[in-house]
Design a protein around this ligand. Structure first.
Ligand code: SF4
Ligand code: SF4
Length: 472
């Protein structure tokens, strides 16, 4: 029986309720009056429940599709302005005891190169990332109690936060590791992590169990209830996601919104972010094995309807997607992207030799961070290296109330300009620097609050003179 406040995975993600929702959407998809009514209600930016959202996604009318895209764009602009937050993944170890059939790190894969970074190697990787200009990382590691115990992850976080190299600094470390205990989540919280990220992969229990035939991750309930344990442990910001292509996308679309609803109803705060990865080729993995591929046009609508349904949640898109898809997605609601990513262990310091293959998936957007920043500026976005909220204690419901009031846009934009200025001073090529400076000057003038504008102007000067790390 569906119960959004239940602590049981099969009750807050209820299979029968998902199927009823899908049937409702199928039945009503041609009822344009009903669909337009939902769109009208969504204009107030308070979000939509999974049922309304599914109906929007199911509607096949091309005019409605355009209205969905337009509304998603407006909502994104209202909450986040035109800033795009940048991050990079850092793969610590690809040792893993799980049997996920869609991931080359699965324990039975005997021909992948297994690697685990030492603390010295982490320093080198992070220095390389800092020299690119990154300030925000997402740590990735397989699940292996022997090779990657929680103590190893904690040591890595400590090492990363303590690296001082030129003007570089990693100011926010997000962590994407396997579902764990409340006790371990408390340790991660004490280590100062930003967001705890865990992808559900699929919410369909039967498919989940088939896709995860062995290892601790095969326990659907333990995995699905992980965010509850993380939030009970005091981690305010959690990041959800599904791997589109594993299960029918409609099922997982409803599932992820149900999960968001559960967290909102239980903890008063939904997910901080939702990631939208699609299955990609990798060693031992052929995406054609999964016959649930999501076509580009549907994928764009998924992103846009998510933007409308959960306006307060950041949407993340990685370099799994091509430049073209990322360009489109930025206008539909994606607010955070990775740039210059390496998905192999140790990949930032050196390219893998031909006989090595430690990557989790093939990157589609292979541009450097500098190229991505340059492109974002050309596309009219402000690349942002901001990490201010978490460092100012604006996490969880404190963050959400700022977003819900629309005030976040007044904070994001100044922080984006100041962190972009740092990037331009320290890392950008001349052409990008010129374009970026012009963008900063233009956007500075558009800050509505005169006092804030003055503070930002002063800090931009400070940054030019060599001082760093200003934030609102
Ligand atoms: Fe291991 Fe994660 Fe890959 Fe599964 S998806 S095999 S848990 S690294
Ligand atoms: Fe993110 Fe907060 Fe910075 Fe905006 S001000 S980019 S929400 S950290």
């Amino acid at each position: 029986m569906y119960n959004s406040k239940s602590k049981k995975a099969t009750e807050f993600i209820d299979d029968a309720e998902i199927r009823r929702t899908l049937a409702f959407a199928e039945e009503n998809k041609d009822n344009l009056e009903m669909v337009r009514d939902i769109l009208k209600r969504a204009e107030d930016c308070k979000g939509l429940n999974y049922r309304d959202a599914m109906l929007l996604l199911e509607c096949e009318d091309p005019e409605i599709h355009q209205e969905i895209f337009d509304l998603a764009g407006r909502i994104k602009e209202k909450f986040y302005g035109n800033r795009i937050v940048m991050f990079a993944p850092l793969y610590l170890s690809n040792y893993c005891v799980n049997g996920c059939v869609y991931c080359p790190y699965h324990g039975q894969n005997k021909h992948i190169t297994r690697k685990k970074l030492t603390q010295e190697e982490i320093v080198k990787e992070v220095v390389a990332l800092q020299d690119m200009g990154h300030k925000r990382l997402a740590l990735e590691a397989g699940e292996d109690p022997k090779n990657n115990p929680i103590e190893y992850i904690l040591e890595c976080i400590d090492t990363i936060y303590n690296i001082k190299h030129k003007n570089g600094a990693i100011r926010r470390v997000n962590v994407n590791i396997a579902a764990t205990t409340v006790e371990n989540y408390k340790k991660l919280k004490d280590a100062g992590i930003g967001t705890y990220i865990l992808f559900q992969e699929t919410y369909n229990k039967k498919s989940y169990e088939a896709l995860h035939p062995s290892g601790p991750k095969s326990d659907y309930a333990y995995h699905t209830e992980a965010m509850d344990r993380a939030m009970e442990a005091g981690i305010d910001d959690v990041g959800c996601g599904v791997l589109f292509g594993l299960e029918m996308y409609k099922y997982d679309f409803v599932g992820i919104l149900m999960h968001a609803q559960h967290l909102e109803d239980t903890f008063g705060c939904g997910p901080h972010t939702i990631s939208v990865p699609r299955v990609r080729p990798a060693d031992d993995i052929d995406p054609d094995t999964f016959d649930n591929g999501v076509p580009d046009d549907v994928f764009k609508r998924i992103i846009a309807v998510l933007r409308i349904a959960v306006p307060y949640t950041g949407i993340i898109m990685s370099t799994r997607e091509s430049k073209e898809m990322r360009a489109a997605a930025l206008h539909l609601g994606v607010s955070q992207i990775s740039g210059g990513s390496r998905t192999s262990v140790g990949g930032y310091v050196e390219e893998e030799a031909e006989d090595e293959n430690s990557a989790q998936f093939d990157v589609s957007d292979t541009r450097t961070l500098g190229q991505v920043v340059d492109w974002l500026i050309d596309e009219g976005h402000v690349p942002s290296f901001c990490t201010a909220c978490y460092r100012e204690g604006r996490t969880g419901d404190r963050f959400m109330s700022l977003v819900k009031s629309g005030q976040i846009a007044n904070i994001c934009q100044p922080n984006a300009l100041m962190t972009l200025k740092e990037y331009l001073e320290d890392y950008a090529e001349e052409g990008t620097k010129k374009k970026g400076e012009a963008l900063i000057n233009k956007r500075l003038e558009m800050i509505p609050n005169e006092k804030v504008k003055e503070v930002v102007r002063e800090h931009l000067n400070d940054i030019h003179e060599g001082r760093r790390d200003f934030r609102l």
